[in-house]
Design a protein around this ligand. Structure first.
Ligand SMILES: Nc1nc2c(c(=O)[nH]1)N[C@H]1C(S)=C(S)[C@@H](COP(=O)(O)O)O[C@H]1N2
Ligand SMILES: [Mo]
Length: 546
């Protein structure tokens, strides 16, 4: 009986050791969060390690994550990191029961990992980025050392289970249920640590959440300029009023978001600068937000442009249309002395860099060929939302976002494709990413059960900078039939279409759509994955007519 209760007591101590590990990890992260509020939110270990993980994620996995979790991919990543940390912390706690120093050193090791991740992030501001991880894990290791100390018995009963050492000792020395470990001390220390950590973590989160106040204030003060070259009014009939179809303009809150930023950069427009330099830049220049807004950096234009992501699956949601205001990028480049390669210039690649270290490379010829490439400051009548690149982002109609649409831009370097691979290109996406001719059925939804009669099939088609010429629908294996096209706004925007389908026979039917662009290219049936240069294939929807 006695050895039974001893075994029981051992298990309790092992459980409490695991709990000690968990509490130490919690304290470490909470303190790190608080310290990161004093340094910068991006230096918090989960953000730094998460960012490093994103950069090292194989392209196929990244694409899978975007596909399955959408914009929640980052939340899922952070939760995953926390679960792994919790498990490791518990293991370290149990190890510490036997080897207190090793357990505590294990916690410190994680501090080193977090610190290294933080200082090696592309947007790191230096050694102070290591502080949250270091201070946090020093506190965590100290706490583990202390808590495990309470769990220790005078003698290492841990490995003497079986040889009944306590036999003959007075009950007081053994303890009512334990083997002489400091129960009261443990409970008090553990409770105090949990409470203090919660306080520190909460304060850290609150401070980080309210960081970037100057950026928020600077955005509130932005008055969008009146464009010298306004967008043509949207033609009558460009917007169909069909339930379930994507609206012609995607409202800002609904606009898809794809980026690698775990913490959305909050950039103060009043201190923002953009530098243009590199090969063939005879007049390197730094411009301010005021320069852009007041037209000193180039003509202010307003244009409707549809943006699409290379990670968008056939039929997927990562495409949106907005009315943008910005400075014509070609003006700025010409002022800086840039000559496109087709006219003999030395640089064929423009590399945009963001404040968070993203690099996006666009062909100089595309940017300067007369299309409305711009440094955008306004989106659908608002200053850019922080998520979409405030204060300034790049846009090049006709190119996927990963090779054109740098958000939070702060640097433009002229170079060559031979000399430099940008972020996504290093991760096996193609150097050049022109948008493919695509179409999508928005309504009916897959597995809808429409009644017999006329079913309105409708959606959008896009082939930016070429324009959409025709959209066709096929029911089951029937002939291709022309859909009705909404009026074309510009060749840089998507085009809505509709097709009143006479659904005569009940049962399951497959609706398939394909578009033809104005160069005569028909959307290919051939299915390709998103990697390396965007998905292709026809979108189809299966419905059951009642
Ligand atoms: N700084 C930065 N800019 C970025 C990205 C990013 O990860 N970081 N992602 C690019 C990609 S892949 C796309 S598709 C577009 C998406 O822009 P949106 O989030 O405003 O829709 O932004 C581009 N610009
Ligand atoms: Mo993208």
């Amino acid at each position: 009986m006695r050895s039974m209760s001893k075994l029981w007591s051992l298990w309790i101590r092992v459980g409490l050791a695991a709990l000690s590990g968990l509490l130490s990890g919690y304290a470490a992260l909470a303190v790190a969060e608080l310290v990161s509020a004093a340094v910068r939110p991006q230096a918090s270990p989960v953000v730094a390690v998460g960012g490093a993980a994103i950069d090292r994620t194989p392209p196929a996995v990244k694409d899978w994550a975007i596909r399955h979790f959408g914009t929640n991919d980052k939340l899922v990543l952070q939760l995953g990191i926390l679960v792994v940390l919790a498990l490791i912390a518990m293991v370290l706690g149990v190890i510490a029961l036997r080897h207190r120093r090793i357990g505590a050193a294990g916690v410190l090791l994680f501090g080193v990992v977090g610190a290294l991740a933080a200082i090696s992030r592309p947007d790191s501001t230096g050694g102070t980025d290591a502080l949250p991880s270091i201070v946090g894990t020093v506190v965590g290791a100290g706490l583990l050392f202390w808590l495990i100390g309470r769990l220790r018995t005078d003698r290492p009963t841990f490995h003497t289970v079986g040889d009944d050492e306590n036999a003959g000792r007075p009950p007081a020395a053994v303890g009512a249920a334990g083997d002489g470990w400091d129960r009261r001390g443990f409970v008090v220390a553990a409770t105090a640590a949990a409470a203090a950590s919660t306080g520190a973590g909460w304060l850290g989160l609150a401070l980080n959440g309210s960081s970037g106040q100057s950026a928020v204030a600077s955005r509130a003060k932005v008055i969008l300029p009146r464009p010298v070259s306004p967008a043509a009014p949207v033609p009558k009939g460009a917007e169909l009023h069909i339930p379930g179809i994507s609206p012609f303009f995607t409202p800002n809150p609904d606009f898809y978001r794809v980026d690698t930023a775990l913490v959305v950069p909050k950039v103060d427009a009043t201190t923002w600068r953009l530098t243009i330099h590199g090969k063939g830049v005879t007049r390197p220049r730094t411009v301010t937000f005021d320069d852009l807004i007041h037209g000193r950096a180039g003509e202010l234009i307003e244009r409707d442009v549809t943006l699409a992501c290379v990670s968008n699956e056939v039929g997927g949601p990562y495409v949106g249309n907005a009315r943008w205001i910005g400075v014509r990028l070609a003006d700025l480049l010409r002022e800086a002395g840039v000559v496109p390669p087709s006219k003999g210039g030395p640089a064929d690649q423009l590399v945009a860099r963001s404040v968070d270290g993203m690099t996006i490379g666009s062909p100089v010829d595309d940017v300067m060929d007369g299309r409305d490439a711009m440094l955008a400051v306004g989106m659908n009548g608002q200053p850019l939302p922080f998520e979409h690149g405030f204060p300034v982002r790049m846009l090049v109609p006709g190119l996927f976002g990963y090779v054109s649409a740098c958000k939070w831009i702060e640097d433009i370097e002229l170079t060559t494709f031979d000399a430099y691979d940008s972020y996504w290109v290093k991760r096996s996406w193609a150097r050049r990413g022109p948008i493919k001719t695509e179409s999508r059925i928005d309504t009916p939804k897959p597995f809808a059960r429409p009644a017999q009669g006329t079913v309105m099939v409708a959606g959008v088609a896009w082939a930016q900078h070429r324009g959409i010429d025709r959209v066709e629908i096929r029911v089951d294996d029937g002939p291709w039939q022309q859909a009705d096209l909404a009026a074309q706004d510009s060749t840089d925007t998507w085009r809505q279409w509709s097709f009143p389908w006479k659904a005569a026979t009940s049962g399951s039917h497959t609706l398939t759509v394909r578009a033809t662009d104005r160069t005569g290219t028909v959307q290919t049936e051939q299915r390709t994955p998103t990697i390396p240069d965007g998905a292709s294939g026809w979108h189809s929807v299966v419905v059951t007519v009642q």
